[in-house]
Design a protein around this ligand. Structure first.
Ligand code: FAD
Ligand code: NDP
Ligand code: 3IO
Length: 419
């Protein structure tokens, strides 16, 4: 890595040549790509805007979070989870695992470096990646120049905050689920949880467990499946069945299991989509809710299911059915989005929503040395498959380049030695 410095601007500007790929993001995907490159002896730089690895897991998730599919589907390449970890590791265990992963493969991201733009320079056939880095109160701009760019900023980079009439003026606390830690401070409060994905369901359960009174907004249909059936993970059963059976049949079986374990969820205001749970996950990336107890609380009336929101009023919410509820606080469990369109100046590979245009399994590779890891909507197992393919692909070109460079050097030496 060579550094060229100049002080001709308001911010000190540095230009850094990276001999190898630049990886943007030090979450599980960035770390997995880094580890696979390390195994081949390929140098790289990881740029991370936060001050730690896996910032989503460390800073933007609630305390009671656990992996909701078995650990064997969530481990990164080349390092299994420790044997004494439970089937569904806790958030702390998962973070500890990621820390040891980074140590094991000696991955040292450059923290507090926020990638603001990346562009392929046709003239020199290299990527130009601009960052703003902060150390203490000093801010500086850096430009990285490299042959390969790996986008690993995640499907959950930004919070989706809906615009709902009256929400901005709502007098109580309004927070996105990424800022929710525990229900402790909501004890005795009426809390409106907006959104019924895995986050909304789990936070509603957590609020109940802390003696708050949650109402969950379900504006659409949703698949709720038990996390386990007869002691076996529903996810694992689905994966096994999908090897042998057509998707429609797998979905039928999952829905029968769900009915046996949970009853008819429509009785509680949870309408099921017409498309089956795995088909919906495969086609639209919509994850079914893997229930860990919220449904029981819905059944008992401790969590109230309410329809879509019309508007917020002072200390109240008005629903689309005209009902008005008094509420103290609002938790927006309304999902996440990619931030890639804000910084990557490229339109062939990625679509407007910041996800690769090509459907799985082809969304990992673009043109001119561009790659994306962790955008398959297949959770951490998608991350691992991407990482292995990306490192292998870069490895081939890297080895070829190295061979050519060596040949040039030895030819040059032979020429010199003739004199
Ligand atoms: C609450 C929650 C629970 C989940 N549970 C599971 C589960 O149990 N099993 C499963 O398989 N999947 C799960 N997922 C899916 C999730 O996507 C993965 O767990 C995983 O975190 C994805 O890793 P990633 O590295 O792709 O993205 P992230 O973990 O989001 O990491 C991306 C990193 O990029 C950094 N970054 C973003 N933009 C920039 C920029 N412009 N410049 C520099 N750095 C940047 C971020 O700070 C972040 O550290 C869960 C997701 C959520 C939100
Ligand atoms: N390991 C674990 O236990 C957990 C894993 N996760 C994972 O994290 C990822 C993100 O999950 P999550 O945070 O739940 O986000 P999701 O995108 O899965 O869910 C967002 C929900 O918000 C709803 N919504 C959005 N806007 C509105 C609105 N204006 N009014 C009412 N409802 C609205 C959506 O409904 P609609 O469908 O109508 O748009 C949807 O139900 C998923 O992959 C999930 O599986 C999350 C939590 C826990
Ligand atoms: O937790 C997530 O977001 C995941 O994407 C994990 C996951 C991948 N495929 C699934 C199918 C059903 C439920 C969860 C997942």
């Amino acid at each position: 890595m060579f550094n060229f410095s100049s002080n001709d601007d308001f911010f000190p500007r540095r230009c850094v040549w990276v001999h190898g790929p630049v990886i943007v993001g030090a979450g599980p995907s960035g770390l997995a790509v880094g580890a696979c490159l390390k195994e081949q002896g390929i140098p790289f730089v990881v740029l991370e805007k936060a001050n730690c690895i896996a910032s989503l897991w460390q800073n933007r998730t609630y305390d009671r979070l656990k992996l909701h599919i078995p650990k064997k589907f969530c481990q990164l390449p080349m390092l299994p989870f420790p044997q004494d970890f439970p089937e569904y590791p806790t958030k702390k265990q998962f973070i500890d695992y990621l820390e040891s992963y980074a140590n094991r493969f000696d991955i040292n991201p450059q923290f507090n470096e926020w990638v603001k733009s990346a562009k392929y320079d046709e003239a020199c056939r290299l990527w130009r990646v601009k960052t703003v880095s902060t150390t203490g109160s000093t801010t500086s701009e850096v430009e990285y120049i490299c042959q390969w760019l790996v986008v690993a900023t995640g499907e959950n980079a930004e919070c989706v905050v809906p615009e709902i009439d009256g929400l901005k003026e709502f007098p109580g606390e309004v927070l996105h689920v990424s800022d929710y830690k525990s229900g402790e401070k909501f004890a005795g409060k009426q809390v409106l949880v907006v959104g019924c994905g895995n986050s909304g369901m789990e936070v509603s359960l957590d609020l109940c467990n802390h003696n708050a009174k949650p109402s969950i907004v379900v504006r659409n249909s949703i698949h709720v499946l038990p996390r386990e059936f007869c002691g076996k993970s529903t996810f694992e059963l689905a994966m096994m069945m999908m090897k042998w059976l057509p998707l429609w049949l797998v979905d039928k079986i999952l829905l029968i299991q769900a009915w046996l374990m949970l009853g008819n969820t429509e009785n509680y205001g949870l309408k099921r989509p017409s498309v089956g749970p795995m088909e919906l996950k495969n086609d639209k990336g919509k994850t079914p809710v893997l229930d860990v107890g919220a449904l029981q609380k819905i059944r008992s009336g401790d969590i109230k299911v309410v329809p879509g929101i019309k508007r917020f009023l002072k200390g109240m919410v008005e629903l689309v059915n005209g009902e008005k509820l008094e509420i103290d606080s609002v938790v927006l469990a309304t999902g996440y989005c990619s931030n890639v369109p804000y910084w990557l100046q490229e339109t062939d590979f990625l679509s407007q929503n910041g996800f690769p245009k090509a459907p799985f399994p082809n969304g990992w590779k673009g043109k001119s040395g561009l790659y994306a890891a962790g955008f398959t909507k297949k959770g951490l197992s998608g991350t691992s498959t991407d990482a292995i393919k990306i490192a292998e692909d870069i490895g081939k070109v890297f080895a070829e380049d190295l061979k050519q460079k060596k040949q040039k050097v030895s030819c040059h030496r032979r020429c010199i030695s003739q004199f």
